[in-house]
Design a protein around this ligand. Sequence first.
Ligand SMILES: C[S@@+](CC[C@H](N)C(=O)[O-])C[C@H]1O[C@@H](n2cnc3c(N)ncnc32)[C@H](O)[C@@H]1O
Length: 281
Amino acid sequence: MARAFLERKELEEARLEAELLCAHALGLDRLRLFLQLERPVEGVEVDRARDLLVRRGRREPVAYITGKREFYGRDFAIRPGVLIPRPETELLVDVAREALDGREAPRVYELGCGSGCIAVSIALEVAGARVVTCDLSPTAVSQARANAEALGAADAVEVLVGDGLEVLAQRRASDDAPLDLLVSNPPYVDPATRGTLAPEVRDYEPELALYAPEGDVDHWTRALCAFAARHLAPGGALLVELGAGRGEASLAAAREAGLDAELRRDLARIDRVLVAHRRAE
Ligand SMILES: C[S@@+](CC[C@H](N)C(=O)[O-])C[C@H]1O[C@@H](n2cnc3c(N)ncnc32)[C@H](O)[C@@H]1O
């Protein structure tokens, strides 16, 4: 019944989402839902499931309904006002691990923490890493702090509120450790394409997290390259997630800033990450 309802709403993953939402209404995970198929369901649980399905039928994202999303093998708490972590962003963590391989107690800065998924994953995956991250959204900052705490990374992740590169530059001024990595998945969607976005994204996710400032889709790449050229340690790396089709422009921005750069593709073979290095002296 739940699946048929979501199919009528033309949701592509109706079966999976129906299972997730029914499990959530019963306070179970999906596996336990299958293990308890014979369990009688109470009226209040049916009402709860119906409410969740109606919300999904209105195109509210599953992660906002269940309050969580898996990223790099861990569950991150998510709430409205915080961008839902995307699978393609896991590539940033893969490349960060490669870039930091062999560096002792590496220092990492991030612009735009959102849920904290990148900062917390790097802190937990790279031994000794210490991460400073920031966000202009107080909702994102409090969510990232809560996730760092819940996932056991609070000692390794410092979350600042404020305007990204300014707040990071201020933090650098009182930080003696050389900067090994600067990473960001910045807002890069062209606001002119708003009408082409899925309703889940367009109507529910925070505009501050989605849209490039003043429609300049390369704004953050250029700003991050300039910051990296100034603040990275020699041999340090800058990683920036890119929107589709921005590979060449990002390489040009890196070269302009005097960085050596290359692109990494995601599983869909889209140039997804700019990898730029400050030359070793
Ligand atoms: C695309 S989201 C990425 C969130 C998270 N890192 C992830 O990958 O799921 C971009 C983040 O940048 C934040 N942001 C936008 N403008 C900012 C600014 N000027 N300074 C700091 N953060 C900013 C947004 O609030 C949002 O959380």
